[in-house]
Design a protein around this ligand. Structure first.
Ligand code: DGJ
Length: 697
């Protein structure tokens, strides 16, 4: 961080620079977001005038302003819009100071006060020498009541380029995180969620490039939001071609109603520039998530077994013990019992909210099963959906007022359930209380925290619910549980990947990316997921064939190979796996454990995309650079043609050896010719473990 001249700040990350300057009327302008620059260049960049040819016909700040309000000489979507009690909406921010925190020299605060009203605005920027992400957020302090119609975390302004393209992740249940790249039209492209959670509809992440970036080349400007409630990203292409992306919490107005004497802080938006194409941008994100977001990013996640696809709601102590025995024999390390263990939850019609073990299914409580799982050498994990309730439950009968509802109107049920109003202190205390007791009384190492429906009838809580309250209270409960039960690890799930974002990842250990476990579809889902999130956080199960959703019958080895590219889990009904299938599974789980540090902590190289190739391939290079795991899979491949070898230009020089066959290859051979796995039939697949055995002299 430097301030070479007053009013010009240079934020530096290891591989990028971000230059800010004060423009006319004190507004902060983006002067540069890209390659590293020295102070002289930064000052020159800060002096670049607005295109004079457009003279007075256009705003002089649109497309460059870091935090536009909704009044004054600007016509972009506002990042900040306020409404005062007297109906006034005008604000004019007067610059006070740019302060750098002595204890945290990467943290810059730009302080403003409002011209006529007792309000203060602080724009925060934080960079670190450890990663390439710029964190931004805003804080509004008010002494008078004010409605916050909009308060984004940041407006990101990439430099002027021709032909901007927008990359985003979209989806729905069973088809989460699918990557789309398309030319950015004039106007506004809005991504977002109004579904209480982050939602699978879009993920709060974008990647902009000038239309020429590839996986390995080109500049990419990418941003994300660390938030698990409703949200919005507006990507605007302005009349003069400038692009600005407003990123923030909340979907509709207002996002908050503040009384005097309060402070409203937005969640963080994170921005990252890379000139190494989409692949390098993803690797930089992964480093950041593993090193600075995940609570234990340096830990290796165990191979888990999850009972959902095997037993569904028909679970009991005997069938869970039988599954646990099989799972342990295969080499699983964590046994997770899914939905159906509590109350009258024998289907999705009843019992949600009654968090005591079903006494018919578990006559002696959870103790015997947990003990057996421990004897088998595994840890025990459990499914919960704390925010929801079935109307047919003792909880709802006792507290019908605890759910979100619009009084006087018919309510809507999805999956026969309603959502608890987490904003109520009594609801939050009850929710924390039973979870705390569950974790205190039982030897539980892992909690799969699910959330299967959005709020549809928010009633009087609408504004606050849809902006922040639900998510903030969820965060507080998770933080407290983590603090009091530090050995417990959490998985975030919302009917699959409905709550995957940088905010939840700061308080969970892995996420369930999709209920779609079809390995062929997963290639696409996992490719989308990997744009921002690392394999270390991506749970991936091997399930049965035919797949419950798609009907596909894919080879067991293929299903394993796709799941081994993340945090491997088994989700099939092991009671029906043949001895041969079990032997194959045991072999592949052992193999996964050998490559696990490479996959979970290594650098991802997407070699051939499933969107463009019927021979998708990817590889992980270990943090040391001495080992690699190469995944090659044929998906939709025809005519029995030999698949092209996967080229590995990123391997450090020297001689590399196939850890299984002993075959040796010079790195240059693998770079130009590639690794030939001998695949030619559709759904052939291979995972090759390479080790560097010698370096150039
Ligand atoms: C939805 C989740 O995504 C599934 O994995 C499973 O846990 C079910 N809920 C259980 O109801």
């Amino acid at each position: 961080m430097s301030e070479p001249v007053p009013g010009v700040w240079v934020l530096r990350t290891p591989r990028s620079a971000y230059v800010l300057s004060l423009g006319g009327e004190d507004v902060p302008l983006a002067a540069h977001w890209g390659a590293p620059v020295d102070d002289d260049a930064a000052v020159a960049l800060a002096k670049v005038p607005f295109d004079a040819a457009r003279g007075s016909w256009e705003s002089h700040v649109d497309g460059r302003e870091e935090y536009p309000s909704d009044t004054g000489m600007r016509f972009v979507e506002p990042a900040l819009a306020l409404r005062f009690r007297d109906g006034g909406r005008t604000v004019r921010w007067v610059f006070g100071a740019g302060e750098v925190d002595g204890a945290d020299p990467g943290h810059l605060r730009l302080r403003y006060t409002e011209l006529t009203r007792p309000l203060r605005l602080v724009l925060h920027y934080r960079v670190s020498a450890a990663h390439d992400v710029i964190e931004r957020w805003a804080e509004l302090q008010t002494d008078v009541p004010v409605e916050v119609l909009r308060a984004d975390s940041a407006a990101w302004c990439p430099p002027p380029r021709e032909g901007y393209r927008l990359g985003s992740l979209h989806g729905r249940w069973g088809a989460d995180s699918r990557l789309e790249r398309s030319a950015l039209p004039d106007g506004v492209v809005r991504l977002g969620s109004r579904r209480t959670t982050t939602s699978p509809m879009h993920n709060p992440w974008i990647a902009l490039d000038d239309g020429t970036a590839t996986e390995t080349t080109g500049e990419v400007w990418t941003a994300a939001l660390a938030w698990s409630g409703t949200w919005r990203i507006d990507v605007q292409r302005l009349p003069a071609g400038r692009v600005v992306a407003n990123v923030g919490a909340g979907h509709e107005e207002p996002v908050a109603s503040l009384s005097g004497g309060t402070t409203y802080a937005t969640p963080r938006s994170c921005g990252l520039w890379s000139d190494g194409g989409f692949g390098a941008a993803s690797r930089a994100w992964h480093d950041y998530v593993r090193g600075h977001v995940l609570p234990h990013g340096d830990e290796l996640r165990p191979v888990l077994y999850n009972s959902w696809e095997a037993t569904g709601f028909l679970l009991d102590e005997a069938n869970q013990m039988a599954l646990a025995e099989r799972a342990a024999a295969l080499g699983c390390e964590l046994f997770v019992m899914d939905d159906g263990w509590f109350g009258a939850r024998v289907s999705d019609n009843a019992g949600l909210g009654d968090w005591l073990p079903n006494s018919t299914r578990f006559p002696n409580g959870l103790g015997p099963l947990i003990k057996r799982v421990g004897e088998l050498g595994m840890r025990f994990g459990i499914w919960v959906e704390p925010e929801a309730v079935n109307p047919d439950s003792d909880l709802y009968r006792a507290h019908p007022d605890w759910v979100y509802a619009s009084p006087g109107y018919p309510r809507h049920e999805m999956r026969n359930q309603l959502v608890l109003d987490l904003g109520r202190p009594d609801v939050a205390a009850w929710l924390h209380g039973w979870l705390d007791t569950l974790l205190t009384d039982n030897d539980i190492a892992f909690v799969k925290w699910d959330m299967n429906r959005p709020v549809t009838d928010p009633g009087p809580q609408r504004d606050l619910l849809w902006s922040s309250r639900h998510a903030l209270n969820l965060y507080a409960i998770l933080d407290r549980l983590r603090r009091d039960h530090p050995h417990v690890r959490f998985e975030s799930c919302a009917s699959g990947g409905g709550r995957v974002d940088l905010g939840i990842l700061a308080r969970t250990d892995q996420v369930w990316p999709s209920d779609n476990t079809d390995a062929s579809d997963r290639l696409h889902i996992q490719e989308g997921f990997s744009q921002l999130y690392p394999a270390r956080a991506m749970t991936a199960w091997v399930t049965d064939a035919p797949n419950f959703l798609t009907g596909n019958r894919l080879p067991l080895r293929y299903r394993f190979h796709v799941a081994m590219a993340g945090v491997l889990g088994i989700g099939g009904d092991l009671a029906h796996w043949s001895p041969e299938e079990q032997a194959t599974a045991a072999e592949l789980i052992a193999r996964y454990k050998r490559i696990r540090p490479i996959v979970q902590h290594g650098a991802l190289h997407r070699l051939r995309s499933p969107r463009e190739s019927d021979a998708p391939a990817l590889a992980y290079l270990s943090a040391s650079g001495e080992e690699a795991a190469v995944f090659q899979l044929l998906d939709g491949h025809r005519y029995g043609e030999p698949a092209p070898p996967a080229r590995l230009p990123f391997l450090p020089p020297g001689t590399w050896q196939d850890a299984d066959t002993g075959t040796r290859y010079p790195a240059a051979f693998l770079a130009v010719h590639g690794l030939d796995a001998g695949l030619y039939r559709n759904h052939d697949s291979a995972v090759t473990h390479l080790r560097r055995v010698s370096r150039p002299a």
